[in-house]
Structures are given as structure tokens and as C-alpha cells.
Ligand binder design. Structure first.
Ligand code: AMP
Ligand code: ZN
Length: 112
């Protein structure tokens, strides 16, 4: 399901350009436009849902698929020594885009 007002749905559909590093039928990985580390990628599922708290069986299959793919994608894109994954949920975490996404951070030693 897509949300026509959602910037990440538009990126997934190619209506807004992005620096894609990986795409398949289920997911897309692209460079964050305001990187917070030397390597900062965003992994999104092609199905739209807003929050980790909206997870159900089908969505958790998608997230699990993404988590399985991410280590190789991260290694191929400059995170050979490791990486950190972040999912922001809601206001206190500073979530700004309400389409579930996994931040992939690395390419250098990361401050905690
Ligand atoms: P969050 O705070 O977890 O909602 O993160 C949203 C992230 O999306 C931020 O790190 C933004 O820099 C990034 N972002 C927003 N718009 C774009 C875009 N058009 N292309 C790439 N990254 C984006
Ligand atoms: Zn969306």
C-alpha cells in the first residue's frame, strides 16, 4: 500500500530522485540527504506504514527481510568494519518521516 503524501513512497516509486544503492521487489536503500556519519543510508520497505508500533505479521516479515539484506548492502557501501542501525519512533526520537525506515550508519568509528 502506498501513501500519496509520503516522501519515501514517492522515492520508492521514482517520483522523487534519490541516490539509490540497492533495490529489489520489497525494499530500497538510498543515501540520506543529510548524512550524520561518513556513511548514512536509509532502508525502506516498499509497503507504507508509519511506525514500528504498527508492526504486524506481514510487516514484520518485511522488516525481517530487510534486516537479512542490510549487512551485505552496508559492507558493499563502505561499512566493512561495522555499522549501527537506528529506527526512530515518534516525537521524542525526533522522527520526521512517517514511513518506517532503518538508518544505517558507519564508515568510521561512531560516537555513542
Ligand atoms: P527520521 O528522523 O528517522 O524520521 O529520519 C528521516 C531521515 O530522512 C533524515 O535523516 C533525513 O535527512 C532523511 N531524508 C529526508 N528527506 C530525504 C530525501 N529526499 N532523500 C534522502 N533522505 C531524506
Ligand atoms: Zn510511505
Amino acid at each position: 500500500m502506498k501513501d500519496s503524501n509520503c516522501i519515501f513512497c514517492k522515492i520508492a516509486e521514482g517520483q522523487i530522485p534519490s541516490a539509490k544503492v540497492y533495490e529489489d521487489d520489497n525494499m530500497l536503500v538510498f543515501k540520506d540527504i543529510e548524512p550524520k556519519a561518513k556513511v548514512h543510508l536509509l532502508a525502506i520497505g516498499k509497503d507504507h506504514f508509519k511506525l514500528l508500533s504498527e508492526m504486524d505479521e506481514e510487516r514484520s516479515r518485511l522488516l525481517s527481510y530487510m534486516l537479512e539484506k542490510i549487512p551485505a548492502i552496508a559492507a558493499e557501501n563502505g561499512c566493512k568494519n561495522g555499522f549501527r542501525l537506528v529506527i526512530n519512533q515518534g516525537e521524542d526520537a525526533g522522527q520526521t518521516v512517517f514511513h518506517l525506515h532503518v538508518h544505517i550508519l558507519g564508515g568510521e568509528p561512531l560516537p555513542w
